[in-house]
Design a protein around this ligand. Sequence first.
Ligand SMILES: [Zn+2]
Ligand SMILES: [Zn+2]
Length: 344
Amino acid sequence: MLAAILENFNRLVLKEVPIPEPGDQEVLVRIKSCGFCATDYKAIKGIRRNVTFPLIAGHEPAGVVAAVGRGVTGFKEGDEVICQPSGYCGLCRHCREGNTHYCEHAYTTGGDGPEDIRPGAFAEYMVTGQTCLFHKPVNIGFDAAALTEPLSGAWKGMIQKSEMKVGDDVVVIGTGGIGLLCMMVAKAAGAGRLIGIDNSSYARNNAVAIGGATHVLDGASGDLKRHVYDILPDGPDLVVEAAGPIGAVNLMTDLRRRGTKWNVFGITTHEKFELDGGYTHFLEGRMDASFGTTPLAMQMAIRLMERSLVDPEKIVSHRFRLSEIHRAVEVMGQPERNKVIINP
Ligand SMILES: [Zn+2]
Ligand SMILES: [Zn+2]
């Protein structure tokens, strides 16, 4: 099969390699579609250093079952499936409390986080455990299905962790792919006013056209607190940072009024931000965060798509064949792109 093998930072090689064989409880999936995540790009470019080589990246796949290993009961050849990238034991305390993303025996196919990193989906085939698979409803296309994992992250952050309520006035800082998915979930959940903040006019236009923003603000315009409070005189009910830079986190803390919930969602680097203790105490605002996904979140994302409440395919701006992956990498480095999809 053809696979994109990352042999070292900045050395991504297209190669013919043997098709992997599924072991016990494992399934071989022929990949139809895989989302290109920023973390894949960062691994390829050496921006993220926690990579062991060789790596087949790509952790947002959907495809068709090509073969099943011994003991697989939930799936058979020909089934259309969506893959959760994070495998889990199902037996440890965290798994049993529903937090499979905290699992002490976790593995990932193509992603990062746990020590056990298995080949991902920038390839024609991938093997994963049957507990990582979900049946793809027929009315969801493969490209949308490939975005189940990022959509599930948006649902988990907005609804499960921050408990967004119908009518809430919501501010999303950073309206790239994941920010747009947060906005789409907020819209589906009945957001009141929905403000998108981004430095890029391309991203702001997407916030309106795709994310359903009622207002957008230029992140570089200065005095953003005043602009937000001009639109929301009572201040936001929920602020979500889906951007990454520490400045976005600082803006989020600045936008709080009493009772505002805030979610540290985008930043993954180890930069510091400061809070005034007493002020934070009297605000009674709740801080949440969200990373990774769980079977519950995957299931809810599938339900949102199946019921046509959210169509994540709207955020796709580019599609490439696996053989064109180097062009996809180039596009990932450009500012004016949204979600990039690889169709092996
Ligand atoms: Zn991802
Ligand atoms: Zn576990």
